[in-house]
Design a protein around this ligand. Sequence first.
Ligand SMILES: [Zn+2]
Length: 468
Amino acid sequence: MKLYNSLTKRVDTFKENESGKIAMYTCGPTVYHFAHIGNLRSYLMEDVLEKLLRYSGYDVKRVMNITDVGHLSSDADTGEDKMLKGAKREHKTIMEIAKFYTDAFFNDCKDLNIKTPDVVEPATNCIDEFIHMIEVLLEKGYAYQAGENVYFDTSKLKEYYVFGNQSEDELMVGVRDDVTEDSNKKNKNDFVLWFTKSKFEDQALKWDSPWGVGYPGWHIECSCISIKHLGEYMDIHCGGVDNMFPHHTNEIAQSEAFLGHKWCNFWFHVHHLNDETGKMSKSKGEFLTVSLLKEKGYDPLAYRFFALQSHYRKPLTFSYEGLDQAALTYKKLKNKIAAIDVAGDIDAAKVTEYHDKFAEAVGNDVNTAMGITMIYDVLKDDELNGATKLAVLNDFDKVLGLNLTVKEEMETSSEDAELVAYVEAKIEERKNAKKAKDFQLADAIRNELADKGIIIEDTREGVKWHRA
Ligand SMILES: [Zn+2]
C-alpha cells in the first residue's frame, strides 16, 4: 500500500511498526457546535483509509479524542474558549453542550456510514494523564511556568517545523491570531500546556494540579490520549490540513520530548472542502450540515459519493449543482446494481481477483475515484454472472461504504413521509379555512386532494384520510 506522508512530503510505501498491526489516531471534534460537511470530509476520508487498511489485511486499532475542554477559538491558544462560547450561546452547561454535540457528531457519522473508532475518549476523562505528561516535560526541561500557566518551550527542540518547507507565513494561515500576543511566552511558538491563571476566570471546568486549579491546553490532549491507548509508537496520525500547524506540530513536539524518540511515522492530512466563499466555516455563508442536506431531500450517502469522487489531497469545492450531479450519478448506479439478475453461483476466484485489483488501485494513496471507476468495470464485465458481480460489489463496499447493494426501501418510505406531511398540511389548511368560514377554500382543498387520489372524511374523531 502507498500513502502520501506529510512528514516526507511524498508518496511512500506504507510500513507499519509491528507486522500486520496498525495503531491509528484521529483528532476528534471539538463538541461545541454541529460539524459542517467540510469537517466531515476529513472524517469520511479517514474512514475510507481505515477500512482500506482492514481490507488489505491489517489489524487496525483506531483511537479518537473528543475535545470537551480547552480548545480556544484560535488554534494558537488565544481567543475565547469554544466550549464556553457554545454553552453561553445556548444557555446550557458545558457538559450538556458536550453531550449534545457529541451525539450529533456520531449521528452525522452514522448517516455517512463512518465507522466509530475502536476507542473514543473525551479529554475530560484524562486529566491525570495530562498532568503526568506535563510534569515529565517540566522535569526534562521542555516546559516552564510563567504568569501561572505552564508552557512548552519550543526553543529546546532540534526541529520545530516538522512539516517542512512551508514558510512560517504559510503555516500561520491556520492561526487566526486576532488576540494580542501572550507576553508570558519566551518564544513566539511556545504554547500552553496548562492554564491556571488566564483571562478566562469564568472557565467552568477546572481541576486541581501541581500548578494550581486550571485546565489543560488543547494540544496535550491528543498526545496523551493516543499514547495512553496506542503506546509509544504510532503508525498513522490523521486530521485535516488545517490541523498541521500549530496542532500537529505541537503534538509532535510534546510527544517526542516526552517519549525521547520518534513517535509517529505517517501523517495523513485531508484537504479542505471549500464553498463559493472560500474555506467553509461555521460563521460565514450557509452553515452546511448533514441535517441541512437531509432537510433539502439529499441522501447523506450522495454526499459521501460526492466526496469519494475526488482525491483527499485536493481541495474540493462544494456546490449544490455538484451535489445534484453526484446524487443523480449515485442513484443511477444503484438502480443499475438493483437490476442485476442474481443468477448463477459466485465465482470465488473472480471475487479474489477483483479484491486484489481493488486493494492495489485504491491502495495507491487512497484513490477513491479509481474505486468508483472499478464499480463500472465490474458492471460491464461480461465474464461475471450476476451473483459474482454482487459479491464483488459487496466486497468493494467494505471500503467505499456506499450501500451499493442495499435496495432502496428508504426511498418509498421517504416518499410516504412526504405524502403524509403534504396531506396533513392540507388538512390543517382546510381546518383553518373552515374556522374562518371560507368554505369555498375548504372545498377547493378537498378537491385538490381528491385529484391526487386522497379522500378525506370528517368524523367525530376529527379528519381522517385514505387513498382512493
Ligand atoms: Zn489532535
